[in-house]
Write a protein that binds this ligand. Structure first.
Ligand code: PEP
Ligand code: MN
Length: 338
């Protein structure tokens, strides 16, 4: 950590900062410049936090050298992490997680029909929401536990591990019982109690980027899960809010290589929620794989006009099948398989 003092900091103020550093068992390396003093702190930086130092008179800036996320950092693990879902589907390290299914579980028959179609096209993970984070409390909220049971049953019938959202720490035991991968939705990316709770499980976690979260915020949220002992975290870029209003969100494609430089964790892209538009999903899905993503998360519905949520962005099964053929080609160029 580097502490930059104000140009007018007095010698007693400088000494006070040095005393605080020493009190914590750390060493202070003082560099007296012509205009200002800079103090380098040597030792275990975790003993020191930024805010109390900034409160000391004479201190202008505190610059941590170590990244705030450690377990998620590339420095911590030079190799790409591979997350195994449901004991068999790998995501990361050359393996693509192809997640597909309806936005919400609406019934056994319709889910079974969609699962058959996406499986045939090459999807390896089945998604479907049983607890839906809806903007309005008056719209369909999801089938709850009944939906979870249907998802499990249909996933097993098609030999696909299942992914579903958990919105509240109190739902974790129930969702954990039925699902292979627990999704933390964009609206809950910084629900720290929820992150800690899923960190206690040994299920794979799909952590979606919040709509106004930076890449660093996303990695800090992953750190919450990792620090509880759960190392199976897959990140998901799903677009952020912007001034653009012709798409649902603004897909930040650079987040993929950006995160890969900073972290060993796999990152997939969700072009469905990022664009909110069926016509934009295929090009953005292909671009995701070309950008180095470890998978793609796509909403598919065989009858979008009857979908209880997110119908306008759902791909029809034949279009999903066609897209998957194209994705295979891009994946091959990128040296990846699914
Ligand atoms: C979803 O996956 O259905 C969903 C609600 O996604 P997000 O949290 O990214 O909006
Ligand atoms: Mn949805």
């Amino acid at each position: 950590m580097i502490i930059v003092l104000k140009p007018n900091a007095t010698p007693p103020e400088v000494d006070h900062v040095i005393d605080r550093i020493k009190e914590l068992g750390l060493k202070a390396h003082v560099s007296q410049g012509e205009h200002r003093t800079i103090i380098g702190v040597i030792g275990d930086e975790t003993k020191l936090s930024k805010e109390p130092l900034l409160a000391i008179a004479g201190v202008e800036q505190v610059l941590p050298i170590m990244k705030p996320f450690k377990l998620a950092s590339r420095e911590f693990n030079k190799k790409d992490s591979v997350v195994v879902v449901g004991g068999r589907v790998k995501v990361g390290g050359g393996h693509l997680g192809m997640i597909a299914g309806p936005c919400a579980i609406e019934g056994r028959e319709i889910l079974n029909e969609i699962a058959g179609e996406v499986k045939k096209a090459g999807a390896n993970l089945l998604r479907g929401g049983a607890f839906k984070p809806r903007t309005s409390p008056y719209t369909f909220q999801g089938m709850g536990e009944e939906g979870l049971k249907i998802l499990r049953e249909v996933g097993d019938a098609h030999d696909m591990p299942v992914v579903t959202e958990v919105m509240d720490p109190r739902q974790v035991p129930l969702v954990e019982k039925w699902a292979d991968m627990l999704q933390i939705g964009a609206r809950n990316m910084q629900n720290f109690d929820l992150l800690k709770e899923v960190g206690q499980t040994r299920k794979a976690i799909l952590l979606k980027r919040g709509m106004s979260a930076t890449v660093k915020d996303l990695l800090m949220s992953a750190e919450y899960i990792l620090s509880e002992g759960n190392q199976s975290v897959v990140l998901c870029e799903r677009g952020v809010r912007s001034f653009e209003d012709s798409t649902r969100n603004m897909l930040d494609m650079s987040a993929v290589p950006n995160v890969k430089g900073m972290s060993h964790l796999p990152i997939i892209v969700d072009p469905s929620h990022a664009t909110g538009r069926r016509d934009l999903i295929p090009p953005m899905a292909l671009a995701s794989v070309a950008a180095g993503a470890d998978g793609v998360h796509i909403e598919v519905h065989s009858c979008p006009e009857k979908a209880l949520s997110d119908g306008p962005q759902a791909l029809l099964p034949p279009n999903y099948g066609k897209l998957m053929e194209q994705i295979r080609k891009v994946a091959e160029v990128m040296g990846k398989t699914f």
